[in-house]
Design a protein around this ligand. Structure first.
Ligand code: ZN
Length: 410
């Protein structure tokens, strides 16, 4: 750990740089509430709603700042206090092979991170979300979700991680094999997740016969979109916030609508929302995002490979030797700025896709029902009416409501 080590400089500048950038973005975004809204948005958001959205954003943002300050503080203390070296010596004492030691070390750190984030998540769900009437999760569901999430990570991520560690331990072309494995894994997961994983967290039941079901099926048929199943998901067990999603490949499309969405929207709005989701499929947005993700992960594994070969990379974190599993963890720290930069790309692509899906829905159903639906969603969810461009740029996968409405009106 010295200033002559370029990895050390990169890691310090990266960790502190990302941390400060996020804080600046958060406060700029909150300051936006002090500016008057553009005329279009004043029609949608009453003064009372804006004030409430401002309070909600304030409380959520302060919690976010507290969370990231705590996590950077813990990281820096652990790092500069020789924690990584201690972890390395402790795990070497287990006497396991490099692959098993790697899985063990990463498992321990993931568990620690999960425990650290627990109080912040609980405060968010049971204090802030509850105060604004969004939370419907019970303590039992909250704990159950976390336990299921951890078990799934261990069950699915454990073997994948083992394979990756084994490639890097034994193979010359580890980067290529890892990349191919991860590509295959993400494609299989995209297929499996709505069938096997989501039902572990949410209950799906078929949408009852009636005008809504008929209307949605007729729309799908008119748009030549082969729907085999429409289900309702009990999102209301966790949150009053609404959502819709589509899944399936080829001729087996499934539509799932949150019960909360059906509760609050008219049939015309629900059809427009479905048309928007169909638009994503018609414009091939899913494979585009998948390909971008794979290019990003290819670059990441290449950089990982470079880092793992450098003893200076390990000494930047005070670690002697080149332990493989710990190397992956340290890489995830130094990789933060790159991940942020690549995230900008995929968010920008995603925002573009939202405009395209909106345009598709407009051509299918006209602009009025989608605009009504979007307005209702923004007001109900207390969305920031006018977010700062830096925040949009850093984090928004969807364009701000004002931009979407303007594009639909054109
Ligand atoms: Zn969309």
């Amino acid at each position: 750990m010295s200033l002559s080590n370029p990895w050390f400089i990169a890691a310090v500048v990266g960790v502190l740089g990302v941390f400060h950038l996020e804080i600046v973005a958060t406060f700029l975004n909150l300051a936006q509430f002090r500016h008057a809204l553009p005329a279009r948005l004043r029609e949608i958001f009453s003064e009372e709603t804006v004030q409430k959205a401002g309070e909600y954003a304030g409380k959520s943002s302060h919690l976010d700042v507290l969370r990231s300050t705590a996590s950077v503080a813990v990281l820096v203390c652990f790092w500069w206090g020789g924690g990584f070296d201690w972890l390395q010596r402790w795990s070497a004492g287990w006497g396991w092979s490099a692959v098993y030691t790697g899985i063990g070390v990463i498992g321990v750190l993931l568990l620690a991170q999960n425990l650290l984030s627990l109080p912040f998540d609980a405060w968010d769900t049971f204090k802030i979300e509850a105060e604004y009437g969004f939370n419907r999760t019970t303590v039992g569901t909250f704990i159950g979700d976390r336990v299921k999430g951890l078990l799934l990570t261990a069950l699915l991520g454990g073997p994948l991680l083992g394979l990756i560690l084994w490639f890097f331990q034994t193979q010359v072309h580890a980067v290529l094999y890892t990349w191919l494995t991860v590509a295959g894994f993400s494609i299989v997961m995209a297929w499996l997740s709505p069938r096997l994983l989501m039902p572990l967290f949410l209950k799906f039941k078929p949408l009852d016969d009636g005008p809504l079901r008929e209307g949605l099926l007729a729309l799908a048929a008119r748009l030549k979109f082969p729907v085999v199943d429409i289900s309702v998901v009990d999102g209301s067990r966790r949150s009053s916030k609404a959502n819709a999603f589509l899944s399936g490949f080829g001729k087996n499309k499934r539509i799932a609508l949150f019960d909360t969405l059906i509760e609050k929207h008219t049939q015309a709005e629900l059809e427009a929302i479905l048309a928007h989701e169909i638009g994503h499929h018609k414009c091939r947005h899913v494979p585009q995002q998948l390909i971008l993700g794979l290019l990003e992960s290819g670059l990441m594994f290449y950089l990982l490979h470079l880092a793992l070969q450098s003893p200076e990379f390990f000494s930047a974190f005070g670690v002697t030797g080149q332990p493989l599993g710990l190397g992956l963890v340290l890489f995830s720290i130094i990789y933060q700025p790159a991940s942020l930069l690549l995230g900008l790309l995929s968010s920008a692509l995603s925002r573009r896709h939202e405009f395209q899906a909106d345009a598709y829905a407009r051509s299918a159903c006209g602009s009025a029902p989608l605009m009504d639906g979007l307005k209702k969603l923004s007001v109900d969810h207390l969305t920031h009416p006018n977010p700062h461009p830096l925040t949009v740029w850093l984090h928004y996968s969807h364009p701000p409501i004002g931009q979407r409405l303007a594009a639909l009106e054109k």
